[in-house]
Design a binder for this molecule. Structure first.
Ligand code: DGL
Length: 275
């Protein structure tokens, strides 16, 4: 009975907005038997300029909500809260919770040859130096160069991912990192993989772009196996994913669908008030 409940329980996934869909999409690919319940805290996006205490408060409320929705494990699909709130969440909740910072760093360390790694992320993530601290812990000889990109999240949330404005802003943000001769760039915000075509165009072919989603979901799969929490394949019945937003439903559904592409139909988007 208990096993059956666990097999059918969803994974909780959260972000400030549509960014976590880059991780959700990877869950659909790597762990197709898993069902997700997603929370996009769109009433508070962007998270990047906010204070640490406030971000911890948001993450706490979200995890509480996802647990109330039956989540068996949580993916903090936001680098900002993974940087400043994950420790708090792990100390407060018994449920398995995985963030995106450590997986991103591990993937980058596998790619770099020169030992010069860039990180682009929100202001709060760069200020926390979470990626730098993790690299120092795992591979102290590797140099990390961080760059905050405050305009990227609002652009992606409005569905603007490939315009002249995005290109111009990307050139400005990436120039100092290119001057440092990085060979690997961590996309340290889950909104940024949606900007990959422009980022590639600006960086050229010699810089590896690391989207932490793949490694995060690989680690998640292992964690679920270790804890005996793996979902059961329901045969012909596809998982019934649910999406909640704290702001308006339609912009999230519309932009999210455009960003996810035609492979997945973004249905069941509902508004919720937290706290
Ligand atoms: N996707 C969030 C992250 O990974 C964006 C934070 C924001 O809303 O500024 O950091």
């Amino acid at each position: 009975m208990f096993d059956q409940i666990i097999e059918c329980a969803p994974l909780g996934v959260f972000d400030s907005g549509v960014g976590g869909l880059t991780v959700a999409g990877e869950i659909f690919r790597q762990l197709p038997a898993e069902e997700i319940v997603y929370l996009g805290d769109t009433a508070h996006v962007p998270y990047g300029p906010r204070a640490v205490e406030e971000l911890i408060g948001f993450a706490d409320e979200i995890v509480d909500f996802l647990i109330s929705q039956g989540a068996k494990a949580i993916v903090d699909a936001c680098n900002t809260t993974s940087s400043v709130a994950l420790e708090f969440l792990l100390s407060k909740y018994d449920i398995p919770i995985i963030g995106v910072v450590e997986p991103g760093v591990k993937a980058a360390l596998r790619h770099t040859v020169s030992g010069r790694v860039g990180v682009i992320a929100t202001e709060a993530t760069i200020m926390s130096a979470a990626h730098r601290r993790k690299v120092q812990q795992l591979e102290p000889a590797v140099q990390v160069y961080g760059q905050a990109c405050p305009l990227f999240v609002p652009l992606v949330e409005s569905g603007e991912t490939n315009s002249g404005k995005v290109r111009q802003v990307a050139r400005e943000y990436l120039a100092p990192l290119m001057d440092q001769g990085i060979d690997t760039l961590i996309l340290g915000c889950t909104h940024y993989p949606f900007l990959v075509p422009v980022l590639k165009e600006v960086l050229g072919p010699d810089v590896n772009l690391v989207d932490p989603a793949w490694e995060t979901v690989r680690q998640l799969g292992r964690l679920l196996e270790e804890k005996g929490l793996t979902g059961r394949d329901k045969g012909t019945v596809s998982p019934q994913h649910r999406f909640y937003v704290t702001g308006a439903v339609e912009p999230f559904r519309e932009v999210g669908q455009r960003l996810l592409g035609t492979g997945y139909l973004l249905e069941r988007v509902m508004q919720v008030t937290l706290g």
